[in-house]
Design a protein around this ligand. Structure first.
Ligand SMILES: CC(C)(CO)[C@@H](O)C(=O)[O-]
Length: 440
């Protein structure tokens, strides 16, 4: 039987071939495409479109990931126009205090970039372009035209956590059209499906998507100030039109102009170390990352330990193996992977265990994102990790009792924190002192 996904077909000509070749030629023969300016990238894409693109990239979610994407684009020889979308006044004031600078520190050396345009949103959900907060000679130095308030968005990179992404897109959905491209950068699975179901239910009016698997190590120093702790990669893939089989030659030529432009821009931005993959290839990387996240994140969050500490206990090893048996069974049974050669080996419990051990030892001193979320009383991504495995397992008739238990242990830990804090008696020290009585 022929496989449903034949990754090579997408690279043969078309956009994926261009992006893929470009990255790899960097280390060999000099690559003229690699030093192309964003305007040249745009001209190529605009060549035969009726509605030419302006080339502006919007970024929403200015945590570590958003700062890294904005900063990386700004390091290009000719940066494209970049708008950062700040969804509350607190963030905007912080950006003003930083004088519009985003800083990335590598090996202790800070690289500071400016030139970002800024939009903020009011209570009615209307977005406004703010005056520049850096010392630029003229507003909107990167383009001749200031972007219209609340105008349509061509390319949006969304860097919020999985559980905030749907809501964040809902808030900006009136600016996204069927010609826009959204690049989703988050951990976990199942977000795209719920965006389609709840935000863009009509397939004929849906924007295009690029999905990613991001593996750089980042740490936060302050608002808009991060550290690049470990070089990883940014694997990108456009989400194909489900009505066109990915194995047909047409599949190579159906990417929207905004998708082609954003893919080219990102793959030709050196700090991102971005490569384009086929949808089937990306899905496999997503599932590997999912398996790692389903083990390291909840175990470190439940035991309040670093990633490396889960490697030195027989009990952790037992739990890890048992979780991975269920995770492997679900992944190997997924209908979207059937027909791809080597799936049983790539996602065997033993290979997944080696992956987990490798990542836990490479990031031994780090605190996982879930451990930090639990300790800082933020929502966790558990529904998009072990929760997704349980849901897909149910559809496939595979019971995932251990993943179900882990999901509820995390929920219980978060609930315990909440109820402890709700039960605490607030002490109003100002009023105690204002009685003028001497301290007891
Ligand atoms: C690799 C990883 C599991 C731990 O640092 C990371 O993806 C995280 O913290 O979520």
């Amino acid at each position: 039987m022929q496989s449903t996904f034949r990754p090579r077909s997408l690279w043969r000509t078309g956009i994926l071939g261009t992006c893929f070749r470009s990255r790899f030629q960097v280390y060999g023969v000099p690559n003229t495409r690699f030093i192309a300016t964003w305007k040249e990238e745009l001209q190529e894409v605009n060549h035969d479109t009726k509605a030419p693109l302006s080339g502006r990239v919007h970024i929403l979610g200015m945590g570590n990931l958003g700062c890294f994407f904005a900063h990386s684009l700004a390091t290009r020889r000719s940066p494209p126009p970049i708008t950062i979308c700040l969804h509350n006044d607190y963030l905007y004031q912080a950006f003003v205090r930083k004088r519009g600078q985003i800083s990335v520190s590598t090996h202790g050396l800070d690289d500071v970039r400016t030139g970002f345009d800024v939009e903020t949103v009011d209570e009615e959900g209307r977005w406004y372009t703010m005056p520049p907060v850096d010392n630029r000679p003229s507003p909107f130095s990167s383009t001749s035209q200031p972007p219209p308030d609340n105008g349509p968005i061509e390319c949006l990179i969304i860097c919020t956590k999985a559980h905030h992404t749907e809501l964040a897109i809902k808030d900006i959905s009136h600016r996204l059209t069927k010609d826009s491209t959204i690049c989703l950068v988050h951990n976990g699975m199942g977000v795209l499906e719920s965006i389609n179901q709840n935000v863009f239910p009509d397939p004929s009016n849906r924007p295009h998507y690029i999905q990613t698997v991001f593996s750089h190590g980042l740490g936060r120093n302050d608002s808009f100030k991060i550290s690049h702790l470990g070089v990883g990669t940014t694997i990108l893939s456009p989400v194909g039109d489900p009505s066109i089989p990915p194995t047909t030659p047409e599949a190579d030529h159906t990417w929207a102009p905004s998708t082609k432009y954003l893919l080219r821009l990102l793959t030709l931005t050196p700090p991102l170390v971005a490569v384009a993959e086929t949808p089937a290839g990306l899905l496999q990387y997503q599932l590997e990352k999912l398996a790692v996240n389903c083990v390291i994140n909840p175990l470190t969050a439940l035991s309040d330990c670093t990633n490396g500490e889960i490697l030195y206990s027989f009990s952790f090893t037992r739990v890890m193996r048992l979780l991975l048996f269920e995770i492997s069974a679900v992944i190997c049974a997924l209908p979207e992977l059937q027909g791809i050669p080597g799936i049983e080996d790539r996602f065997s419990p033993e290979r997944l265990r080696r992956l987990v051990v490798n990542i836990a030892s490479n990031t031994a001193k780090n605190h996982s994102s879930m451990q930090q979320d639990i300790n800082q009383r933020r929502l966790t991504e558990i529904e998009y990790f072990n929760g997704w495995i349980v849901r897909r397992g149910e559809e496939l008739g595979i019971k995932c009792a251990l993943n179900y238990m882990i999901k509820h242990l995390i929920a219980a830990k978060a609930a315990t924190h909440r109820s402890r804090e709700a039960g605490a008696i607030p002490l109003d020290l100002d009023n105690v002192i204002s009685t003028n009585e001497p301290p007891i």
